[in-house]
Design a protein around this ligand. Sequence first.
Ligand code: HEC
Length: 172
Amino acid sequence: MSVRYPGRMINTPALLLFLSFIFTAGCQNNQQITSLQIQLDSLRNQLNHSYKPGFGEFMSAIQAHHVKLWFAGKNENWELADFEVKEIKELFDDIRTFETDRLETESTTIIDAPLDSVQVAITQKNLPEFAHYFSLLTTTCNTCHQSVDYGFNVVTIPAFQPFANQEFNPNH
Ligand code: HEC
């Protein structure tokens, strides 16, 4: 059977076949969209329940590396000091990645210059410069704390080495 249009012949079975093909493709698309939506919901759910350290936890980690940096530098263990200053930098980078919802994150840039200066002193293996810039670094930690209303968290130059299970002297 065929339908005659002015100047053109259309084969009806072929047309039906074509339309059923389009319809099936459309249904498959809908199935795919539903399946993708389910996957998306599941991923969103996983993301919402995945562990993200809090600002204070990053700070506690920074505090530990701040201590280690001091004793590494004081012992002129420059390789370890270089490692520690990089750990602190990484943690501030992590804060910028994971704590975007905290207003204080914007203020972290204040620490970049003092950290760079400490790193230069380490590269130059210069103990007096290291001590000077470590002190500036510590003051800057507190400047930030004061500026974001956490001034009660006072960081000091460590009085003693609290890590009983780590060697800081390179010539041990
Ligand atoms: C944004 C500026 C900023 C800078 C720079 C900064 N801090 Fe903090 N710090 C904070 C904030 C905000 C908190 C409170 C976090 C919270 O919500 O628990 C904090 C908390 C702390 C705490 C308390 C953590 C606890 O739970 O007991 C310590 C220790 C600390 N910071 C150490 C440091 C050290 C060391 C440096 C420098 C190397 C530093 N901070 C630099 C903003 C800063």
